[in-house]
Design a protein around this ligand. Structure first.
Ligand code: UDP
Ligand code: MG
Length: 345
């Protein structure tokens, strides 16, 4: 694993959605943060289809200050896609994602960088306390983070949003994950690598109001649970199996009634109940079973890489044996061609 360079380059990725009220304070805070960094930095402002003057202000800043870049999305794609777009364009050795409303305090970035220098690949910030957020938002967030930590097979850190520093190598791995319904914090948790966290107190919004209304919050929570847990699917299978067991038991009971010749029985009733109970039981089981396959198809369709490599050593020395996985063979071939043509040139 290569250690961070002495004078690293940083990329800050900041998504904007109708943030014109927050921008002047943001630019001032970022400008003073940049002075305190131990390397050069670029600031990527991603306008996520704002309908106010955010785009105009961000564009003007990027024209006036060579460290700022402006990336304007064609419409509002949502926070998770906006930060992905910014990270796709980032070319720093370490990339930091933060909100535009200064709820992710810039001085925490310095603590993240210190962790990165200790050798961590992903440094996330954990909210110890939240100011200026409604009781409902705090309670629902607490519930959500606990629920997803329980349900998901991935080790999800609690109270962690998208304020995060990512090393170049981990960022490259993240770039391979192109799933559409994105829950970025979960994707980073899934990735592994060496992760560390720094705690912070989340201040209130600097200006403007939240761009995460209940609708978007529910959609995000839903994406997180469906994308990182197959608990809902397993629920269908378990419910199906137990209901069908009960139905079948009831069917057996009705058969027993019929055999003992209960005088109160209406003729034909037992056969109808038995048939309905067995058929609905079988149906439920089959639906649950289909759910299992759908879950696997969903996993395949997400097309996440099978594994991620954190570091490697010595592979460039071997050229004589073809690797098992053909795309690597093709890669090696093209490398060989390239180096041959470079020598000829
Ligand atoms: N944001 C975005 N697209 C959206 C919603 C939000 O780019 O559709 C940005 C927003 O401008 C801010 C960040 O995502 O920089 C976090 O949003 P916000 O502060 O409103 O969320 P909260 O802190 O209230 O959860
Ligand atoms: Mg905020």
């Amino acid at each position: 694993m290569s250690s961070p360079p002495i004078h690293p380059r940083y990329s800050l990725v900041i998504p904007l959605f109708n943030e014109e009220a927050a921008l002047p304070q943001l630019f001032a805070a970022i400008d003073s943060l940049l002075k305190r960094l131990d390397g050069a930095a670029e600031v990527i402002l991603v306008d996520d289809g704002s309908r106010d003057r955010s785009a105009e202000l961000a564009l003007a800043k990027s024209q006036a200050d060579a460290r700022y870049r402006y990336l304007g999305l064609s419409r509002n794609f949502g926070h998770q896609i906006a930060i992905t777009a910014g990270m796709d364009r980032a070319c720093g050795d370490a990339v930091i994602v933060m909100d535009a409303d200064l709820q992710d305090p810039p001085e925490i970035v310095l603590k993240m960088i210190a962790k990165w220098r200790e050798g961590f690949d992903i440094v996330y910030a954990r909210r110890k306390a939240r100011q200026g957020e409604s009781r409902f938002k705090r309670a629902s967030a607490a519930l959500f983070y606990r629920l997803i930590a329980r349900l998901s097979a991935v080790d999800m850190p609690r109270d962690v949003g998208d304020f995060r520093l990512v090393d170049r190598a981990a960022l490259r791995a993240f770039g391979q994950m192109r799933e559409r319904d994105r829950f970025v914090r979960g994707m980073f948790a899934w990735m592994g690598f060496r992760q560390a966290c720094v705690d912070f107190e989340r201040p209130r919004r600097s200006a403007g109001e939240t761009k995460y209304p209940l609708r978007k919050m529910v959609a995000l929570a839903f994406n997180g649970i469906v994308g990182f847990s197959d608990a809902p699917l397993r629920l269908a299978l378990w419910a199906g199996a137990s209901v069908s067991m009960l139905a079948m038991l009831y069917g057996l009971y009705v058969i027993a009634l019929w055999l003992t010749g209960d005088p109160g029985l209406v003729p034909g009733w037992s056969s109808i109940v038995v048939i309905v109970a067995f058929l609905s039981g079988a149906n439920m089981m089959m639906t649950g079973l289909m759910g299992l396959y759908v879950g696997r198809i969903y996993n395949e369709v997400k097309a996440r890489p099978l594994y991620l490599v954190r570091s490697e050593q010595g592979f460039d020395r071997r050229t004589e044996v073809d690797p098992v996985f053909p795309p690597f063979a093709r890669l090696q071939e093209s490398f060989a061609l390239q180096s041959r043509s470079q020598k000829q040139a």
